[in-house]
Design a binder for this molecule. Structure first.
Ligand code: SER
Length: 384
C-alpha cells in the first residue's frame, strides 16, 4: 500500500525528473494576493508568473501545496465530516509550466504518472475536456483513451477560475471509476454527483486573465497549472473511496478516538471525522501566523475551531481536546511541512486557550438556557 507520504514523494520525484523545480508550499495566507483569503490551490503562489508580472529562475515547477477552503468562493466548511471528500484543509499536488510546455506535454505527463507510476488501470479512467477544446480531445485519443471515455463538458466545471479575477482557462480532468458498488454516473450525466466517478486531477490550460468588470484577455504566454487532491488519490490507491479511511486521516481519527475513549467507527464517527479535518486546518493556519479573532482570517479560524469543539462536546468530552491531538498530526506531517513541527508549542497553546474559552461560553449559555426552560410554564414557548 502506498502511504500518503509516499504518494506525495512519487509525484514530486516524477516531475523533478521531467525538469521541474520542486518548490515548497507557500503559506496558507497568500503574500501576493489581497483578494484571496487563503491559498486554495497550487497556482496561488504562481499567479503573477502566469500573467507575466513576475519572472522566476525556472519555467517548470512542482509543489505539494497546503490549501484551506473555508471562506470565500471555495467554501466547504458545512459539509465537512458528513461526506467522503470534503475538507477544510487538504493538499494539492501540482505541476506548472510558465510559458514553457502546454497541452501536448501536460496530457502525456499526467497519463504516464497516473497509469505507470501510480499503476492505475487505464480501463478505470475517464477524461473530460472543455466542449470546444478539440486539441485536448485529440491528445487524449492519441494516447489511447477510447472516444467514449473522453467527455466534452460545456460548463464552468471545465473552465477554471481562481476567483472573480485572475488567470484562468479551460481544463481537462481525469476521473476514476470506483466501480458498480457505488452509485453515480460519469461526468456530465445527471448522476455525476454520486460516489462512483471521482475527479482526481485537474489540468488547467492557463491562457486567459479575468478582470473585475467581467472582461477577459488572452494571456501573452500559454501555461499549465494542475491540481491533484492527494487525499482522493490516496483513497483510490488504498482501495477505498472515502478520504477519511486513508492512512493519514485514519491515524488522526484514531488519535481522537483514543483521547476520548470512544469507538472511532461508533455513533461518534462523524465527530471524529470533523475533529480530524479541523485539527489539520486549525494547526496549519496557526503555524502560518493566523490567530483566532473576530474578523477576517482569524474569524474563519475561530469558526473552524469552535465547530471542532462543538463536536468534541457532543462526544461528551469535558476538557479541551484539540491540543492533545497535535503530536499525532506532527508525527504524520511534520517531515513534509517542517513549519508544523516548529510551531507545535504555539499551536498547542492557542488551541487549548481558544477551546477553553469557548467551552466556558458554551457552559454559561447552556446554564442560562436551562434556567429559562425551568421557569417556563408547561406548553409555553421560549421567545426567540
Ligand atoms: N487550479 C486548479 C484547481 O484548483 C488546478 O490546480 O483545480
Amino acid at each position: 500500500m502506498k502511504t500518503l507520504n509516499e504518494i506525495r514523494s512519487t509525484f514530486l520525484n516524477y516531475f523533478e525528473k521531467q525538469g521541474h523545480t520542486v518548490v515548497p508550499s507557500s503559506p496558507l495566507v497568500p503574500r501576493n494576493d489581497p483578494t484571496l483569503m487563503f491559498a486554495n490551490s497550487g497556482m496561488v503562489q504562481f499567479k503573477n508568473c502566469f500573467t507575466g508580472v513576475e519572472k522566476r529562475d525556472y519555467v517548470r515547477a512542482t509543489t505539494a501545496q497546503k490549501c484551506v477552503r473555508a471562506g470565500g468562493k471555495h467554501n466547504d466548511l458545512d459539509n465537512v465530516g458528513y461526506t467522503a471528500r470534503h475538507h477544510t484543509f487538504f493538499e494539492m499536488l501540482g505541476n506548472f509550466s510558465f510559458g514553457d510546455y502546454f497541452k501536448s506535454e501536460a496530457i502525456p505527463f499526467a497519463w504516464e504518472l497516473v497509469t505507470k507510476h501510480f499503476d492505475i488501470s487505464p480501463e478505470r479512467l475517464y477524461t473530460t475536456v472543455y466542449h470546444t477544446d478539440d486539441e485536448a480531445f485529440e491528445l487524449w485519443k492519441k494516447i489511447g483513451v477510447p472516444e467514449s471515455r473522453i467527455i466534452r463538458i460545456a460548463t464552468s466545471d471545465n473552465f477554471w477560475q481562481m476567483g472573480p479575477t485572475g488567470p484562468c482557462g479551460p481544463c481537462t480532468e481525469i476521473f476514476f471509476d470506483h466501480g458498480e458498488k457505488f452509485w453515480g454516473g460519469p461526468p456530465g450525466s445527471p448522476e455525476e454527483d454520486g460516489d462512483r466517478f471521482i475527479e482526481i486531477w485537474n489540468v488547467v490550460f492557463m491562457q486567459n486573465e479575468q478582470f473585475e468588470d467581467g472582461s477577459m484577455r488572452a494571456l501573452d504566454m500559454q501555461s499549465i497549472d494542475t491540481g491533484m487532491g492527494i487525499e482522493r488519490v490516496a483513497a483510490l490507491l488504498q482501495g477505498t473511496n472515502d478520504n477519511y479511511a486513508t492512512d493519514l486521516m485514519r491515524s488522526l481519527i484514531e488519535a481522537s478516538a483514543n483521547a476520548t475513549s470512544s469507538d472511532p467507527d461508533g455513533p461518534g464517527k462523524t465527530h471524529h471525522r470533523v475533529i480530524a479535518d479541523h485539527l489539520r486546518s486549525t494547526s496549519f493556519l496557526i503555524a502560518d501566523g493566523v490567530m483566532p479573532s473576530n474578523d477576517g482570517r482569524g474569524y474563519v479560524l475561530r469558526r473552524i475551531l469552535r465547530r471542532a469543539a462543538r463536536h468534541a462536546h457532543l462526544l461528551g468530552v469535558q476538557d479541551p481536546l484539540m491540543h492533545r491531538l497535535v503530536p499525532e498530526l506532527v508525527r504524520q506531517m511534520g517531515e513534509a511541512y517542517p513549519e508544523l513541527r516548529e510551531a507545535q508549542p504555539l499551536i498547542e497553546e492557542t488551541l487549548k486557550l481558544e477551546e477553553t474559552r469557548f467551552r466556558q461560553t458554551l457552559d454559561r449559555g447552556l446554564k442560562l438556557l436551562d434556567e429559562e426552560l425551568t421557569g417556563l410554564p408547561e406548553g409555553a414557548e421560549l421567545p426567540g
